[in-house]
Structures are given as C-alpha cells and as structure tokens.
Design a protein around this ligand. Structure first.
Ligand code: OAD
Length: 232
C-alpha cells in the first residue's frame, strides 16, 4: 500500500468553526503569543493562559470534523496514511484517522508542570487554576509553547522520510521546526498543498501541486483523484 503522509495545520479545522492563527480573523490578531503561548506567560499570568486554552477546549467540544477530516480518514481504505498535525484539536481522530501524531500537543490533555511525561486526560473543557497532577505538582495545558522543544519532532521526521506522497493542508508553514519537516520528504515524492492562501513553501524541495481551495472542497477532490488513479 502506498504511504501517504498528511501534514495539517489550523486551516483543516477552519470549516469546523475553529479559528486559524495568522489569518486576518485568526487568534494571533486577538491575542499576543507572548501573553498566552510561552512558558514565561504561564509563569507570569497563569490565569490568562489557562483561560485561553479553556476557551479553545470549550469550542472544540462544541464542534465536529468537516469534509476534509473525513476525506483524510477515508484515504485509509486505499492507502497507508499517517497524519502529522500541528493542531491541538482531536478532529482527525474523531473523523476516524487511526495514525495521528500531534506535534504541538493536545487540548484534551494536561500535563504536570514538573514532569513533561506525566500527561493526563481532561474531562470536559475546564481546567481550574489549582488542578494537580498525580505527582502533586500543578497541571498545565499539554501544549508545546513557543520557545519549548517539540518532543514529537524526531518521530515526525521518520514518518516523513517514509512518504511516497505528501499532502499539506491548511498551514501557513510559518512555524519552525514544524515547517522544516517537509525537507525530509524523499526526493521525487509529489507534494500536494491544499490551501486557499499562499503558504510559505520555501522548505519544500519537491514538486508542488497547489490546490487553491478550502480544505472542505480541495481535500475530497484530491482524495477522489488519488483513488481513481489507483484504479486505472
Ligand atoms: P496559520 O494560522 O499560521 O495558517 C493557517 C493556514 O490555513 C493559512 O495558510 C490559510 O491560508 C489556511 N486556511 C484558512 N482557511 C482555510 C480553509 N478553510 N481550508 C484550508 N486552508 C485554510 O496556522 P498553522 O500553520 O496551523 O502553534 O500555524 C502553525 C502553528 O502556529 C500552530 O500549530 C500554533 C500556531 O501558533 C502553537 O500554538 C504552538
């Protein structure tokens, strides 16, 4: 079975109603990264950081996967598919994708402030300020903040190195090291980019096919094309 690696960002979840980060109506137009998404912000203003992620979690619980998540999950019927996502939502999993690596953490998990490997699920949307981990220390959102290392990066590189076809959906490719993963796509492997905007593809050395559509339309179209080519 041909191995497809799908690399996604906030745009794949936009049509589910979750805001992207860098679009005009994105989260980083409403909040400053240094106020809500750095280890210093957590130390300085714990309440604001926790409230920010509580809001994201509340929105996530109220939404559903869209046609793009579903089409990516259905590709598993014909291909060996691995999803690498920068998203902290669980919409790929809810759509049925079985192999999903989260580069930037997961909203539905918290972790011990002292031990990054002590990760616990959270029920519902609300983390309270004094929620404790089993080791007695405070819990924090299981999110990779700016300035922190990306623990899943090496595993993601290995997945990308095995790709026979790459699909990139809804990411500006503005954040590193995430965007640099595309450098590891083997040469000769085509890279399909589904995005209505103009992602920064400088890290991509391979031939790029840009489908300039929203994910909900562009991903099902691409999936249909890949499946029909198989049957020829
Ligand atoms: P960005 O907000 O940087 O980029 C969103 C991309 O989605 C842009 O290229 C848009 O053109 C595209 N887009 C918008 N609507 C779309 C739609 N309906 N269908 C398809 N594409 C659409 O989001 P990311 O690239 O995911 O990290 O951002 C990367 C990281 O920066 C995030 O994981 C997050 C953020 O800060 C952390 O919080 C650590």
């Amino acid at each position: 079975m041909k191995k497809i690696v799908v690399f996604t960002g906030a745009g794949v979840s936009a049509e589910s109603g979750l805001a992207t980060f860098r679009d005009a109506d994105g989260l980083w137009a409403q909040y400053r990264i240094e106020d809500v998404c750095t280890p210093e912000a957590l130390a300085r203003n714990r309440a604001l950081v926790i409230e920010f992620y509580n809001k994201r979690r509340k929105e996530l619980l109220a939404t559903l996967p869209n046609a793009a998540h579903v089409a990516i999950a259905q590709l598993e019927e014909q291909f060996d598919v691995e999803v690498i996502t920068q998203n902290v939502d669980d919409l790929h999993e809810r759509a049925g994708s079985t192999k999903v690596l989260h580069l930037h953490g997961e909203l539905k998990k918290l972790r011990s402030e002292k031990n990054p490997d002590l990760i616990v699920p959270i029920d519902g949307w609300e983390q309270t300020l004094d929620d404790k981990a089993p080791d007695g220390s405070l819990l924090r959102p299981h999110i990779v903040f700016f300035g922190e290392s990306v623990p899943m990066y090496d595993a993601a590189v290995r997945i990308m190195q095995g790709a026979e076809l790459v699909i990139v959906v809804g990411t500006s490719l503005a954040v590193y090291p995430a965007a640099s993963l595309l450098r590891y796509a083997p040469s000769g492997v085509p890279v399909f980019v589904v995005d209505p905007g103009e992602p920064d593809c400088t890290a991509v050395r391979n031939t790029i096919y840009h489908i300039k559509e929203k994910a909900g339309k562009g991903v099902p179209m691409l999936a249909e094309k890949l499946i029909s080519e198989l049957k020829r």
